[in-house]
Design a protein around this ligand. Structure first.
Ligand code: G3F
Length: 590
């Protein structure tokens, strides 16, 4: 009888598997109706890897698993011949673009009229009655849409300075992970080099502020270099159209997998599908299945996977784990005592200036002064603009790209700076200036990593999706505040090299959480210990088949945009999963 039951289960599984295999991405509903219900009325799906969340980190996981590591690289694939089976990705947000997870700025209309741009951030704790206002991260938010954060990503992807990144990878490992992730993100420093404004701002700071600074460095005790550079951006110019930038996002990372009918049937994306809970075995900690809900059709599925990867944004990812552990009757302290703790934010300071007339005069008088030797790129642009618009006193073409300049994080000035035009509608300048003359300075500072800065959950406090509300307990230390003040002074000093403050946009601290760079909530550690939740690859210590990805994994306080660093961890995680699946397959085949 046992054999019979087992046989039927296998047959049923095989049948379901082959049905899923035949199904196409855009016929999900039909396909699902074909499936047989289990006795409890739910449908079951078998996949190799379930990825929850379709942001840039989910995309890194999917691409790496499907490519079975580096296939597109000139380097030798580590697992040659090995193919990962079906990867199912779910996202509770809707798919708003033809390609899965496209960047809003990849629409031409948006590029020509950036003020149309909005981010789809949903603030967490605004309707959480347990949230004490004084400990809130008022501005922190999550994006619920296919593509997640990458649909409105600024794309600023610097490597983190050795001082602000963990030692979980050694320098060579970081180097190799960073290079690979930069390639996945198309991170480069040349996309904006042809912009007149970019060259002008960089020149103003390099030739004036940096030199001034270097002279200052000669003072005893101050020897560290500080430089002005082009910001590394995850965006590239499209060949053949110099005025268009393709912003990196889930769609570009997934590549052909993001097409409406993906060429690779091993990948499937379900939008408007929530990962409700993971069923975790009370003794082994192994995830037995995930319950996902197709929100549009209100249908529940049981997903059985070999590996589960949760990367739905730091706070929501931790929330899924918390709900899964707490609803199984266990305590977080037993399963993952550090979950929610050691949270780091970044302080954010902003100001806006109108470019100095002196700088414009320099361009008007000597249109070639920003050109490199033997080039007349900038000069030609300025002269042509002048010819076509003789009444325009501003020497910048209307479609000139925004400047993208920064002074990288360094030990003596431990903050990340962005000197650019931010299309984020967090802070729109009053319409008093020609938008081409407005420069934003947005600086990001360190917050100490402390156990007490944390998120907590209560099983009786749920949100509109039935998930547990995050409650923040966040405070800045005196040291954090002193550093933030130093950073603001530095901003004021640097801004003076560029222009005058727009009234109302003088240097000011923005709300906690504004950076959208919460880290540490499921921090990685070197070994299984109560102060970390996952390994450097994101594997939960207490479980054999559960991985967490995203900024929550970053274990130390940091100031530079963390997505590239989170991607390094995700890449290491995807590689480890690939190896584990290969071993599983070998065991099964033997
Ligand atoms: C942008 O200017 C930064 O580049 C992002 F990293 C950041 O998340 C965003 O502002 C919001 O502060």
């Amino acid at each position: 009888a046992l054999w019979k039951m087992h046989g039927y289960t296998v047959l049923l599984q095989l049948r379901i598997r082959s049905m899923i295999d035949r199904a196409q991405f855009d016929a999900l509903d039909k396909r699902v109706n074909d499936l047989k219900r289990l006795d409890d009325g739910k449908f079951v799906m078998h996949v190799d890897v379930l990825i929850v969340g379709s942001g840039p980190i989910g995309a890194v996981y999917a691409r790496t698993l499907i490519d079975h590591e580096g296939q597109k690289d000139p380097g030798k694939p580590i697992h040659s011949g090995f193919k990962v089976g079906r990867v199912l990705m779910v996202d509770m947000g809707a798919q708003e673009s033809k390609k899965a997870g496209d960047h809003h700025k990849n629409s031409v209309v948006m590029q020509k009229n950036p003020s149309l741009f909005t981010n789809n951030g949903v603030h967490y704790a605004n309707y959480n009655r347990q949230q004490k206002p004084e400990y809130n991260l008022r501005a922190s938010a999550a994006t619920r849409v296919v593509g997640g954060m990458s649909t409105h990503w600024t794309g600023c992807t610097p490597r983190q300075h050795p001082f602000e990144r963990s030692k979980l990878f050694n320098d060579d490992e970081w180097e190799s992970l960073y290079s690979k992730c930069e390639a996945l993100f198309n991170t480069n420093e040349v996309s904006f080099e042809s912009s007149v404004r970019h060259r002008l701002v960089k020149h103003a700071l390099k030739d004036k502020f940096q030199k001034d600074f270097e002279r200052g460095c000669k003072k005893p005790g101050q020897t560290k270099a500080r430089s002005v550079e082009t910001m590394p951006f995850a965006a590239k110019q499209l060949p053949g159209n110099e005025s268009y930038i393709e912003w990196s996002c889930t769609a570009t990372i997934l590549g052909d997998l993001a097409n409406p009918k993906p060429v690779d049937s091993r990948f499937m994306l379900m939008s408007q599908t929530q990962c409700d809970v993971l069923q975790i075995h009370p003794k082994t900690g192994k995830v037995e299945c995930a319950i996902i809900i197709d929100l549009l059709h209100n249908k529940e599925y049981v997903v059985r996977a070999n590996r589960y990867v949760i990367c739905g944004g730091a706070v929501l990812t931790a929330g899924i784990v918390a709900k899964s552990v707490l609803t199984s009757g266990r305590k977080l302290d037993e399963f993952c005592p550090a979950l929610g703790k050691y949270m780091t934010d970044q302080t954010t300071t902003l100001c806006q200036v109108v470019l100095k007339q002196d700088l414009l005069d320099e361009v008007n008088l000597r249109p070639d002064f920003l050109d490199e030797r033997n080039q007349s790129l900038i000069k030609d642009k300025v002269l042509e603009h002048r010819k076509n618009n003789p009444n325009d006193p501003v020497p910048f073409p209307f479609n000139d790209f925004d400047p993208q300049v920064y002074t990288p994080f360094c030990e003596d000035y431990p903050w990340h700076t962005q000197i650019y035009r931010d299309v984020f509608q967090y802070f729109e300048p009053p319409p008093i200036a020609d938008p081409r003359l407005v420069i934003d300075l947005r600086f990001f500072g360190l917050i100490e990593s402390r156990e007490d800065n944390r998120v907590t959950w209560d099983i009786n406090n749920r949100d509109v999706f039935g998930m547990l509300q995050p409650t923040f307990w966040f405070e800045m230390t005196d040291h954090d505040k002193i550093q933030a003040e130093r950073m603001k002074k530095d901003m004021t000093h640097i801004a003076e090299f560029l222009g005058d403050f727009i009234p109302g946009s003088e240097p000011q601290d923005l709300e906690p959480g504004t950076a959208l760079h919460l880290c540490g909530i499921y921090r990685a550690g070197e070994k299984h210990s109560p102060s970390s939740v996952v390994s450097r690859e994101g594997k939960v210590w207490a479980s054999d088949n559960l991985y967490l990805g995203g900024c929550g994994i970053i274990s130390v306080s940091n100031a530079s945009n963390p997505t590239l660093t989170a991607a390094c961890h995700a890449l290491a995680g995807a590689r480890q999963i690939a190896e584990e699946l290969e071993e599983l397959r070998a065991v099964r085949n033997s």
